[in-house]
Design a protein around this ligand. Structure first.
Ligand SMILES: [Fe+2]
Length: 310
């Protein structure tokens, strides 16, 4: 397989204000698997079809929002190479020794131009998806029929300043492609940028905001648009607050529903979308079709979707 370098969005660390309510939401309702609670009370989750130990970390705090995002890179040599490239790009790099984050090898950390904390690491303990690797079959005894039937962490959308500088970093240093871009039709400035290191339509995205370091949403992958509707049934049943009901994005062409955790952090479950290849041209949307870019089944721009961030 040709894909090396940065592999994927691998870990998202979120602040929640009430861990008991958060556990009910992310564990029992959404169906993520709680794999650990550390000595600081932080709770760790994985989705069933991920091999790494965890993809989501919850920390109890006074306010919601994002602590950091972390991407996994191919190997330790790649991490070393990227560290010098990030320094050459002009960002300060902080080194985090192996074991500081549980089950994790060494990491590097830096602050994006948009104000967000981002980390890279090459190693994390793998605990598998319960199927094993020899004649694994297709369906675990427990796990897939649980909550929203989440397969894996998919992407995050972050709000902040200087998002074009992030595009420079991700495309020139991390070898991502700019898959899509939403621009103001008069000024041409970037309002949102979508970046991929894989065949997914996006692994990370940024939306322009007046304030740095804001969190728009974290998204988890389901198998099908049908599963998005089934998740919506449970979201309604459990009275989980909905931001935008089932719809399909123009950007990415993914089937989607947006809802909030008990602390007000926005979550998405997402399915389908197109396959991106390195030679796929960048798609441009402008503000004359903002409805179609965001929610293409009714073409309505949601004010809350554009303005509510944690
Ligand atoms: Fe999303």
């Amino acid at each position: 397989m040709a894909m090396r370098g940065v592999l994927r969005m691998a870990e998202v660390a979120i602040r929640v204000m009430d861990m008991k309510a958060a556990r009910l939401h992310y564990g029992e309702r959404m169906g993520l698997h709680e794999v650990m609670q550390d000595d600081k009370g932080q709770v760790y989750y994985k989705a069933w079809d991920e091999h790494d130990h965890h993809c989501l970390v919850l920390r109890e705090a006074d306010a919601p929002g994002l602590d950091y995002v972390a991407m996994k890179v191919y190997d330790d040599r790649t991490l070393t190479e990227l560290e010098s490239k990030v320094r050459d790009f002009g960002l300060d790099v902080r080194r985090i020794e192996a074991g500081f984050y549980p089950k994790s090898g060494r990491r590097i950390e830096f602050t994006l131009a948009s104000g967000h904390t981002m980390q890279l690491y090459a190693e994390k303990e793998q605990i598998g998806n319960t199927l094993g690797q020899l004649n694994p079959g297709t369906t675990p005894d427990e796990g897939v029929i649980r909550g929203f039937n989440i397969n894996r962490l998919d992407h995050a959308l972050l709000g902040g300043t200087n998002i074009d500088q992030n595009v420079e970093l991700f495309t020139k240093v991390f070898d991502f492609d700019l898959s899509e871009r939403i621009i103001d039709h008069e000024s041409g400035i970037s309002l949102a940028v979508f970046l991929t290191c894989s065949t997914k339509p996006h692994d990370i995205a940024f939306v322009l905001q007046p304030e740095p370091n804001r969190f728009h949403h974290v998204s988890f992958l389901l198998e099908s648009a049908h599963d998005v509707i089934k998740a919506a049934d449970k979201i309604g049943k459990y009275r989980i607050p909905v931001d935008v009901g089932p719809n399909r994005h123009g950007v990415t062409r993914g089937a989607t529903i947006y809802f909030f955790d008990p602390s007000g952090n926005r979550n998405e479950v997402f399915a389908e979308g197109y396959v991106h290849y390195p030679d796929t041209p960048t798609i441009i949307w402008d503000t004359t079709d903002l409805g179609g870019a965001t929610f293409a089944q009714d073409n309505i721009v949601r004010e809350s979707f554009l303005t509510v961030l944690t």
